[in-house]
Write a protein that binds this ligand. Structure first.
Ligand code: ATP
Ligand code: MG
Ligand code: MG
Ligand code: MG
Length: 437
């Protein structure tokens, strides 16, 4: 992409309404534009990152056997009346009436709708296990939308739903998602810690929130710092193999959010490993058995020919919240430092002014070579001062910046700068291009 053809409305000043780094940088880097409280347009740069996160989430879920579909944002009240949640959900649900006076709502989550889809088609244990997911906008009328996309009212969520004929296989489905989440967050450049979460009135031990540590996080969390260093299952993990051990590796250590915190148990963690911090909830997984299948009559025939309510779990990831979450975890005082996996462009090319045209020729060559190699470069070809170009690149946080100037070119060198380490090396243009590709 040539910056002269792009839409990157960078702001010089930090907007007063933004109090945390991710919100400030997302506004300043022209990633989002607020259109109402907790409602945002995703500008081109922000959308690129959002789509990259989505793609990683999708890949890791499919690796674990989940199947994608797409449900609408607008739902009918009837399904929620069936489950009993229409009243219970309260003011966070945005309720709408259509021209025929039918009660509708903007979906805050999709348990009811997926249960309805399931019961319409599936009758037998032979069609199970099944895990269906979508990545769709949700609306929750949050009492205090804040921190930009971190607590929006309209936000993008990945929500998956598992269906099994019995509890044992439902537990497996849960464990698969647990492992898939570890891999997903790792690929996003994050250390996410699964923490015991409240299962509410259903009880049981099967709910975990995935938390990334950040001073600006809204939850108080307590855990054993050993959890920070555990390796994730990784790309070769066998989802049909032993899932239990992978879970136990983590659940043997203390980790809980404020609501589930048990101070006495926490005191048993060796003092030097006792970590009490702030965290951001980026994912939440839940096994809830027949909570929806029973009232909604989603029954399957089990192996003994008996009709039983299907066992379900649900698994959410805050895709749009993650954009902010990653920035909270990866930035400095100059701007964002994107992990390579989600960087909006692979490398920035900055050309200094020159009289001979040699610099733009070299930039063009770099642009073509890097584009052909699939690095998706962003070429700042604007007629701007170098200082402006540098600070733009630092703000938007691409992993590398290739700087080409007339003086260097005379000596046959360009500069390649690493955004994360700040390290700059001088080398020939060909060597720089080789290094990148
Ligand atoms: P929170 O405790 O932050 O309000 P939640 O527990 O209500 O979140 P869940 O119902 O567990 O949220 O939804 C799954 C995921 O969706 C959350 O883990 C979070 O990452 C994301 N999410 C929830 N609410 C919002 C929001 N208002 N803005 C952005 N992302 C959200
Ligand atoms: Mg909430
Ligand atoms: Mg929560
Ligand atoms: Mg939650």
């Amino acid at each position: 992409m040539r910056l002269s053809n792009y839409f990157l409305p960078v702001l010089k000043e930090t907007p007063a309404e933004a109090t945390i780094a991710s919100h400030q940088y997302m506004l300043r880097a022209g990633m989002i534009r607020q259109s109402g409280a907790g409602i945002y347009s995703w500008l081109p740069l922000g959308l690129k990152v959002l789509r990259k996160i989505e793609a990683i989430v999708r890949e890791e879920l499919e690796r674990a056997g989940a199947v994608e579909l797409l449900m609408p944002t607008i739902q009918q009240a009837e399904l929620w009346q069936e489950s009993g949640r229409y009243e219970d959900y309260g003011k966070e649900m945005l309720r709408i009436t259509d021209r025929h006076d039918r009660e509708m709502l903007f979906g805050p989550t999709n348990e009811e709708m997926i249960t309805d889809i399931f019961r319409s088609y599936v009758r037998s244990y032979k069609q199970l296990p099944l895990n269906l997911y979508h990545i769709q906008w949700k609306f929750r009328d949050e009492i205090r939308p804040r921190f930009g996309v971190m607590r929006g009212r309209e936000f993008l969520m990945k929500d998956a739903y598992s269906f099994d004929a019995d509890e044992e296989s439902a537990r497996k489905a849960y464990q698969k998602m647990f492992c898939a989440y570890l891999n997903t967050f790792d690929r996003l450049g994050l250390t996410a810690i699964p923490m015991k979460a409240d299962t509410g009135p259903i009880g049981g031990d099967l709910s975990h929130e995935f938390i990334i540590l950040a001073d600006t996080g809204e939850s108080a969390v307590f855990c054993d710092s050993a959890l920070l260093d555990l390796p994730v299952p990784g790309p070769d993990f066998d989802f049909d193999g032993n899932l239990e051990t992978e879970l136990e590796k983590r659940t043997q250590y203390y980790a809980a959010t404020e609501e589930m915190h048990d101070e006495a148990a926490f005191q048993e963690v060796p003092e030097e490993r006792r970590l009490s911090a702030r965290g951001i909830e980026v994912g939440h997984i839940f096994y809830f058995g027949d909570k929806y299948s029973k009232p909604m009559n989603a029954m399957v025939m089990d192996q003994n020919g008996k009709s039983v309510p299907v066992q379900m779990g649900s698994y959410g990831i805050g895709v749009s919240r993650l954009v902010g979450g990653i920035i909270e975890a990866c930035h400095d005082d100059k701007g964002i430092i994107w992990p390579k996996s989600v960087a909006p462009f692979g490398v920035g090319i900055v050309g200094m002014k020159d009289k001979t045209g040699d610099v733009s020729k070299a930039c063009e060559k770099a642009y073509e070579t890097l584009t052909a190699a699939g690095l998706d470069p962003l070429y700042d070809d604007r007629d701007e001062r170098p200082g402006v170009k540098f600070s733009t690149m630092e703000l938007i946080g691409l992993p590398y910046m290739l700087v080409i100037g007339p003086k260097g070119l005379e000596k046959g060198i360009v500069e390649l700068k690493d955004r994360a380490t700040g390290e700059a090396v001088e080398l020939s243009l060909d060597d720089a291009l080789n290094k990148l590709t």
